[in-house]
Design a protein around this ligand. Structure first.
Ligand SMILES: [Zn+2]
Length: 235
């Protein structure tokens, strides 16, 4: 009986020694650069945790120019399109992050657009300072994921319109929208759309004073897409 206990203790010591030696060898190997970082990254427990859904928003004109510029009667600049786009992008991202979505906010010509592989890309812009009202959403002319692009546009038509109370203004959709530069840079499998959130002239009260409502419309459209896509995958 006593001999068995001694043997068990010996085995336990052997195991502890083995683990200690392994740890020392691994640490030494890492500091000497003998063990490749890839192998260590492979063993990283974070790899095995489920990744949150990731989407990307372009803050229109960011890092490039100011977009449309609005002035008062005296000709002084009152606000710019880029300012409004950035405010809405920030507020929409805040809402989505609270709901567990990983949001990338990208500049207009962000290098991360190259082969962008996210659940969707939505570019946020606003129209000029003229006295018109309405929003516009457009996707690519020819898409390799037409079903997904269609869902994204349908979600925008439903939820952006509901949250903002704006009507669509489709007759001013231009080639700048359907041939949008970012559409050609992202992975063809990334669903994408560009949203003109309203006119800085006719929709000024909403866009300038009620950015939170505009951001709600954006966030709810994204959530609608993610939910429908998830349901599609589960079918
Ligand atoms: Zn713009």
């Amino acid at each position: 009986m006593r001999r068995r206990t001694v043997r068990q203790i010996q085995r336990l010591f052997a195991l502890i020694s083995f683990l200690l030696v392994t740890a020392i060898v691994l640490l030494a190997g890492q500091s000497l650069g003998v063990i490749p970082q890839d192998l260590l990254a492979f063993a990283d427990p974070a790899r095995f945790l489920p990744r949150p859904p990731q989407i990307a928003l372009i803050s229109g004109h960011a890092g490039f120019d100011s977009g449309a510029v609005c002035t008062d009667a005296a000709g002084n600049v009152t606000f710019t399109e880029a300012e409004i786009n950035a405010r809405v992008a920030g507020l929409a991202a805040q809402r989505l992050r609270r709901a567990g979505v990983d949001v990338l906010i990208l500049d207009e010509y962000d290098p991360r657009l190259e082969n962008l592989d996210t659940l969707l890309l939505l570019s946020l812009h606003a129209d000029s300072c003229i006295e018109l009202s309405g929003y516009k959403a457009a996707g690519r002319i020819s898409s390799s994921v037409p079903a997904e692009d269609g869902i994204l546009l349908a979600c925008l038509e439903q939820h952006y319109a509901a949250a903002t109370g704006l009507l669509p203004h489709p007759n001013t959709i231009t080639h700048d929208m359907t041939r949008y530069h970012a559409f050609r840079r992202i992975l063809p499998s990334t669903p994408a759309a560009i949203l003109e959130m309203g006119f800085l002239g006719g929709d000024q009260t909403l866009l300038v004073n009620d950015a939170d409502r505009v951001a709600t419309g954006v966030a709810e459209s994204v959530t609608c897409y993610l939910e429908q896509k998830k349901a599609m995958n589960e079918e």
